[in-house]
Design a protein around this ligand. Structure first.
Ligand code: NAD
Ligand code: DAU
Length: 351
């Protein structure tokens, strides 16, 4: 019998799949239950290497369905929850905000309720870990960093929905004494990211010699972290983070979009055996994202000093690994960029 049963939501998505793999492989005495509704962003192919592990179970289900969650918690004696399921793409939140309210806000409150009832019935429960984003802090100018004390100032429907879910998690801790922990992370990159996000989208477009749609002047800044390092941080926060606390996670790795895109172009030219500068010719400046946050940058001192986590990978190594993965996993890319993806692409980039 497994010593602990942990519910991971959104485990078929980008970050969730790396977290599920880490926990399944590292903790053979844990039973990992992956709950995912398999939206366009969820893909069981992300977990094909561990799907037959004895300590892993996949369940298809929707966190907006309260009665389903109540039954789930009655069936499994969860000792902990790591909550990643969400609508995660800013551009989609601009065109369909209500889906973000439903999954990110209502879905999170449903899960909190299920966990609260579980605790109330006297079952042993270690913690509810809510995985959130640095976007809740809003947008920085040229200087400064987001700390755990930075006031919330979400600017997009996506970040507003994540900020709201963070507030609910803290409210359940304060009001019902639910044991919770939260982390807010910067931009992730790496294998298995859906190619609507900047890095996989541009790798795929360069491969197919399609235009590279740079929003505005490409001067916006993001702080990039390799996804496996985020999964390692989640492991540390889940096991060692103090209850009721928040931990910022980031890569100390800021890039303007255009500088990052030029790095991608340069590496891709080499990989594709093209002459230098070929991919850069695909760069196409397009209308800016509405309300586009200028800069995100995380101060990760707290998690470093209190929990001993630091990123393990330099960006040069991470981006090389990432590009290699997308080039070696042609089938994965082809599968996720067929069907509904084509409609999304047309709608998003023909404005
Ligand atoms: P993703 O979009 O790749 O994956 C989300 C997963 O949630 C998918 O597998 C999807 O099927 C599932 N899901 C969506 N709605 C659901 C529902 N109603 N019920 C059950 N499952 C549902 O997202 P990601 O990039 O892996 O992000 C995971 C989490 O980490 C999110 O909460 C996001 O806000 C947060 N985060 C992401 C980043 C980033 O750079 N990607 C950075 C910081 C924090
Ligand atoms: O900071 C953490 C957040 O990072 C996560 O919470 C989100 O889930 C995740 O999607 C990501 O949000 P961003 O909006 O920063 O990521 P995205 O990859 O969509 O865009 C990165 C930057 O690139 C941003 O400044 C917008 C720009 N961009 C993006 C796309 C898709 C373009 O210039 N062109 C594009 O086509």
């Amino acid at each position: 019998m497994a010593a602990k049963t942990i519910l991971i939501t959104g485990g078929a998505g980008f970050i969730g799949s790396h977290v599920v793999r880490l926990f399944v492989q590292k903790y053979s005495d844990y039973q990992i239950v992956n709950l995912d509704n398999l939206t366009y962003a969820g893909n069981l192919g992300n977990l094909s290497d561990i799907e037959s592990s004895p300590n892993y179970t996949f369940l298809k289900g929707d966190i907006t369905d309260q009665s389903f969650l109540q039954q789930l918690f009655a069936t499994y004696q969860f000792h902990g929850v790591i909550h990643l399921a969400a609508e995660s793409h800013v551009d989609r939140s601009i065109s369909s905000p209500m889906e973000f309210v439903l999954t990110n806000v209502v879905g999170t409150v449903n899960l909190l309720n299920a966990a609260k009832e579980h605790v109330k019935s006297g079952k042993p429960f270690d913690r509810f870990y809510h995985v959130s984003t640095d976007e809740v802090y809003g947008s920085l100018h040229d200087d400064g960093f987001f700390t755990e004390e930075t006031a919330y100032d979400p600017q997009s429907p996506y970040s507003a929905s994540k900020a709201s879910s963070d507030h609910f998690v803290r409210a359940y801790h304060n009001t019902y004494k639910l044991p919770v922990v939260i982390s807010n992370c910067s931009n992730n990159y790496g294998p298995n990211q859906f190619p609507e996000k900047l890095i996989p989208l541009f790798i795929n477009n360069i491969k197919h010699k399609k235009p590279l749609p740079v929003y505005g002047k490409g001067e916006n800044i993001r702080d990039w972290l390799y996804v496996v390092d985020h999964a390692r941080a989640i492991d540390v926060v889940y096991h060692k983070g103090a209850l009721g606390e928040t931990y910022n996670i980031g890569g100390h790795n800021e890039w303007t979009n255009i500088a990052l895109i030029k790095v991608l172009c340069k590496i891709m030219d080499v990989k594709l055996g093209q002459s230098p500068g070929s991919s850069e010719q695909l760069i196409s400046y397009v209308t800016d994202r509405a309300g586009h946050d200028f800069r995100y940058a995380i101060d990760a001192t707290k998690i470093q000093n209190e929990l001993g986590w630091t990123p393990s990978l330099q960006f040069e190594e991470g981006i090389e690994k990432t590009i290699n993965w997308y080039l070696e996993n042609e089938c994965w890319l082809t599968q996720v960029t067929s069907g509904a993806y084509l409609n999304y692409y047309k709608q998003q980039y023909s404005k």
